[in-house]
Design a protein around this ligand. Structure first.
Ligand code: ZN
Length: 74
């Protein structure tokens, strides 16, 4: 069924990953849009302390392993 195949493909193109807040050190979950490329950076507020973290995301295109470095914005 085409619909089933499409929804599986969409699931594979998005993933969640964990990063540690650069301010408070608490783990946060973030959604990674795998279709946006192997290297991404964006700002996301910590879900615990609400400070803005700069996330540097690297996605291994073969294994889809995700690595995230965080940096404080200021
Ligand atoms: Zn925090």
């Amino acid at each position: 069924m085409p619909n089933t195949i499409k929804s599986i493909a969409e699931n594979l193109m998005q993933n969640t990953a964990e990063y540690y807040c650069a301010y408070c050190g608490e783990p946060n979950l973030t959604f990674i849009d795998l279709s946006a490329g192997g290297e991404q950076s964006y700002v996301e507020d910590c879900q615990v302390c609400c400070n803005p973290n700069i996330l540097y995301v690297r996605v291994d295109e073969d294994t889809l392993d995700i690595e995230i470095d965080t940096e404080s914005e200021s």
